[in-house]
Design a protein around this ligand. Structure first.
Ligand code: FES
Ligand code: FES
Length: 242
């Protein structure tokens, strides 16, 4: 017996698919099979079954499918790749390097960066969105990676503290933090620098007051705030000059 589209689904969704079959989908197929002289009906049955294996099953049941398997238009029969329950596919670029992983769908971006990719420059402070130590950029915007599902970053570009320098040179913000002694223990510093670059790019570094306001999500237990503000003001002027 030919396999059903529902055979490719997790068990809870198979029940849902079977209920759908009982209530209508398979009824349409039975009518076609019961009309052997009608070639159009037979074709309809085939196209319906074929279609159910592809994007319609995805739309109906919200399954994450490897689009390479679906998108290959070479006429060959390609089964969609359905990740195991609680798994997700992450195709992204991290610091300009392509990354293709199958991950736990519940994993935070912070944990994938640190534990899977070994990019430990991004720090875990509170793990609850309150300290800013885990700040990274996704498509150029600052985000808290501890509160972000890694699966959400699929198809987006991620930049961490390891990726902001170029050609062996520090980013001007990194150099400004050194020049202004803007750190003590340094634990908050990667998140401060990532947030500071975004703060400048957002146009929110025009005065010490504005810098303090738009950097207020990044805490420093060592109290290095005067140096941090001075560093951002200095780097902002240099970044504007290019
Ligand atoms: S570790 Fe993410 S905000 Fe504190
Ligand atoms: S330098 Fe120690 S927490 Fe900021």
């Amino acid at each position: 017996m030919a396999d059903r589209a529902s055979d490719h689904l997790p068990s809870c969704l198979q029940k849902c698919a079977l209920r759908s079959s009982a209530s209508g989908i398979e009824q349409g197929e039975d009518r076609a099979v019961g009309e052997p002289a009608n070639g159009v009906a037979a074709d309809l049955a085939i196209s319906r079954r074929t279609t159910l294996k592809g994007p319609v099953a995805v739309a109906a049941f919200g399954i994450l499918v490897d689009d390479h398997a679906v998108a290959q238009g070479d006429g060959a029969a390609h089964e969609p790749v359905v990740p195991e329950p609680n798994r997700a596919i992450l195709r992204t670029k991290v610091n300009g390097q392509p990354v293709h992983l199958t991950i736990d769908a519940r994993a935070s971006l912070l944990d994938v960066l640190r534990d899977t990719l070994g990019l430990t420059g991004t720090k875990k402070g509170c793990g609850q969105g309150q300290c800013g130590a885990c700040t990274v950029h996704v498509d150029g915007q600052r985000i808290l990676s501890c509160l972000t599902f890694a699966a959400w970053a699929d198809g987006r570009e991620i930049t961490t503290i390891e990726g902001i320098g170029s050609g062996g040179e520090l980013h001007v913000m990194q150099q400004a933090f050194i020049d202004h002694d803007a750190l003590q223990c340094g634990y908050c510093t990667p998140g401060q620098i990532m947030a500071a670059i975004a703060c400048v790019n957002e146009g929110h570094a025009n005065s010490p007051e504005e810098i303090r306001e738009f950097m207020s999500g990044n805490l420093c237990r060592c109290g290095a705030y005067p140096g941090i503000v001075a560093a951002i003001a200095d780097a902002a002027a240099k970044m504007r000059r290019g």
